[in-house]
Design a protein around this ligand. Structure first.
Ligand code: FES
Length: 75
């Protein structure tokens, strides 16, 4: 399988505002420590609770015609 990621033209990348002071945004999750059976993680880079999904992808998708959604991690 080939996965292609394309940055949005003219905005400096796909991450508009999250932890821009960091050279690279990396998070580690230990699945055994998840508190809920199903935890959604953001893949649209618009969440106010990043790295967790807060539903902001819905607004992004409506505004842009995109189709992004969260990564669901099961405990
Ligand atoms: S808020 Fe980013 S995937 Fe849901």
């Amino acid at each position: 399988m080939v996965v292609a990621v394309r940055a949005e033209a003219g905005v400096g990348g796909i991450n508009p505002s999250i932890r821009k002071e960091e050279e690279k945004v990396v998070d580690t999750v230990l699945a055994g420590e998840l508190s809920k059976p199903l935890t959604p993680y953001c893949r649209c880079w618009r969440s106010g609770t990043f790295p967790l999904c807060d539903g902001s992808h819905v607004k992004h998708n409506k505004a842009t015609g995109d189709n992004v959604g969260p990564l669901l991690v099961k405990k």
